[in-house]
Write a protein that binds this ligand. Structure first.
Ligand code: NAP
Length: 283
């Protein structure tokens, strides 16, 4: 009997902009796997029916992007503890007609941090987080799991930060946006989880004067790769980690579940994505 190649893809609306097909396509070629990774546009009004129909179309799973991360959660049969805690699903596995939802953003963040800052330790001073959206939620949960003892969270809308802290529990202290520069004084890791600094958005302009020179600075924004925050931090000698690695690493668990190999993030993959980001600038 002929073996049907497994299908996976990225579900979103719109989904044309997604870079996931580039990176999964790279891994499929690298590991010589007979499978496919496709764009799967699903309009919000058809979501539940089209999502569940993937099970009879040869799909073994998918990534989920905007605006479906919450809808996917309600349409899964089972959620892992992380997806339950974050109330968002970015990866699904389909097996025997059942849908399993998980969230790999926190894994992607931690793996990028481990790769870019191998000597960073969870007890190396408080972590300061800027932003309280979905990405911040995943990053903070992962940092708490890693054993960080003190997290200072700042968001333009304070109430959203307070809500996040109350939902996740753990050692999270929120503060007024204006107090952010002072909170940097004993910080071991500064993370921008807001969209400030992204192409088309205002830059993140904060004084880094109080930041210890040894503190790591990382940005989830990766378009541009070198954000104003990373440029300012590097100029004063702080070690920096860009956000592209998080995008690459968060994709690995899904690929492993669908195609049976835990893929590596190597320089060729990173360069492929970088050239796509460069090309997009010219469009
Ligand atoms: P989100 O849920 O929409 O949250 C956006 C965050 O940015 C909120 O905290 C928001 O504050 C803040 N913000 C937006 N405009 C602002 C402004 N003018 N001044 C101050 N704060 C502002 O988005 P998200 O999903 O968390 O994503 C956040 C960023 O991370 C995006 O740039 C996204 O591309 C990036 N990201 C990267 C990766 C990766 O793999 N590297 C993964 C996920 C996300 P308010 O609450 O006050 O609105």
């Amino acid at each position: 009997m002929a073996v049907i190649p497994p299908r996976a893809g990225i579900i979103g609306w719109p989904v044309n902009h997604s870079r996931s097909p580039i990176l999964h396509g790279y891994w499929l070629r690298k590991y010589a796997i007979a499978g496919s990774y496709e764009r799967i546009p699903i309009a919000p009004e058809n979501f539940a029916a089209e999502f569940r129909a993937l099970a009879v179309q040869g799909y073994v799973g998918a990534n989920i992007t905007i605006p479906h991360k919450q809808s996917a959660m309600t349409c899964c049969d089972e959620l892992d503890s992380n997806a339950q805690r974050l109330k968002a699903v970015n990866t699904i596995v389909i097996k025997d007609g059942r849908f399993y939802g998980s969230n790999t953003d926190g894994f992607g963040f931690m793996e990028n941090l481990r790769q870019g800052a191998p000597d960073w330790k969870p007890h190396a001073g408080p972590v300061v987080i800027i932003g309280a959206g979905g990405a911040a939620r995943a990053v903070i949960a992962a940092l708490c799991d890693a054993g960080v003892k003190e997290i200072h969270l700042f968001n333009r809308t304070r109430a959203r930060a307070d809500q996040l802290a109350s939902d996740l529990g753990g050692p999270i202290m929120t503060g007024d946006w204006t107090r952010l520069p002072r909170a940097l004084s004993d910080c071991g890791l500064l993370v921008n989880c807001s969209s400030l600094g992204m192409a088309g958005q205002p830059p993140l302009e904060i004084s880094l004067q109080a930041l210890p020179p040894s503190a790591y600075v990382t940005d989830l924004v990766y378009t541009p790769l070198l954000t104003p925050l990373l440029i300012a931090a590097a100029a004063r000698g702080n070690p920096t980690i860009d956000g592209l690695g998080m995008l690459l690493h968060q994709a690995r668990p899904g690929f492993a579940a669908w195609f049976g190999i835990m893929p590596e993030v190597d320089d060729a993959l990173r360069n492929l994505l970088l050239s796509d980001i460069e090309n997009a600038k010219g469009n």
